[in-house]
Design a protein around this ligand. Structure first.
Ligand SMILES: [Zn+2]
Length: 297
């Protein structure tokens, strides 16, 4: 048996890897939550399902990042129905959107075309799902809104287990990549506040080990997001373009970006932090000699 294959009881499993995959198998019917980075990962998960004597009947994608849906195209080719939140599914249907977004809407540089940011296979058909109850393959699921890291991320709950996508990152990731990828900082903080009140006994994040109590990890992630936002505000002691704010925040966390894709991922987070400051009335943006600069209010 694969050492990365966990059994939570009552049919809930996870295959741990670079990106974790959830497997819910009850009798002969199974569904998968997220598909991993590429087809080799989804193949591994499918083999585990078949070893349980079950048949994969659906895939649910938590959010539209290539490391979570890269393996979905291969499952789609095999006729497996694929589900995702409407806004997130668009990225799986058109993988170019992710590097396009990261590059401000322009044709992406080659550094953004690796499989972590550009899935190699597209998913031609995706059914949109929304928060609430959903029965798939005879399994009763609850879809929980977890926006922030991605704009419309959904968690998939089955029994006592919540497959929660990238709503929290493990401590090792917080240490290794201090500037977490973030689309909406306020939404993420709100999501994290509500997370520990959710009635689940196992939380399976997209990366790292599952945890039984999420409060500590949720608070560590929230503290990091607040620190990023505070440091962005500190940088606005002088008027700055967002790139200069990123340099200041990176210096605070002692981060050196090794490649443009890491810089661009972190720049998105800085944009999210600046939007959050603007919403709070703490900062404003204006044009200054053809520079788009941020200042404190
Ligand atoms: Zn993600």
């Amino acid at each position: 048996m694969n050492a990365n294959w966990l059994d939570f009881g009552a049919g809930a499993h996870a295959l741990l890897g670079g990106s974790n995959i959830g497997v819910i198998a009850c009798g002969e019917r199974a569904i998968m939550v997220d598909a991993g980075l590429d087809r080799s990962v989804s193949k591994k998960a499918l083999r585990q399902i078949e070893a349980q004597g079950a048949h994969l009947e659906a895939l649910v994608i938590t959010h539209g990042h290539a490391d979570h849906f890269g393996g979905a195209g291969w499952l789609g080719e095999r006729g497996i129905p694929i589900y995702a939140p409407a806004l997130e599914g668009v990225f799986a249907k058109h993988p170019l959107l992710e590097p396009l977004f990261l590059y401000g809407g322009a044709a992406p540089i080659k550094e953004l075309q690796g499989k972590f940011t550009l899935a190699q296979e597209l998913v031609p058909r995706i059914e949109a799902i929304a928060p609430g109850a959903l029965t798939l393959a005879g399994l009763e699921l609850h879809l929980i809104p977890l926006p922030g890291h991605a704009p419309a991320q959904l968690g998939v709950a089955y029994g006592d287990v919540l497959y929660c996508g990238d709503v929290v990152f493990p401590e090792e990731t917080l240490a290794r990549h201090p500037i977490l990828f973030c689309a909406d900082l306020d939404a993420w903080l709100e999501t994290l506040t509500g997370l520990s009140d959710l009635p689940y006994t196992h939380f399976v994040p997209g990366h790292g080990e599952p945890v039984q109590a999420i409060a500590t990890l949720a608070e560590a992630n929230a503290a990091r997001l607040r620190e990023i936002r505070d440091q962005a505000w500190e940088a606005l002691a002088e008027h700055h373009e967002s790139a200069a704010v990123l340099r200041a925040v990176a210096a605070h966390f002692d981060v050196t970006f090794a490649a443009p894709q890491f810089y661009l991922l972190a720049l998105t987070t800085i944009h999210a932090a600046l939007t959050s400051l603007q919403r709070a009335g703490a900062a404003a943006v204006e044009m200054e000699e053809n520079r788009m600069v941020w200042r404190r209010n």
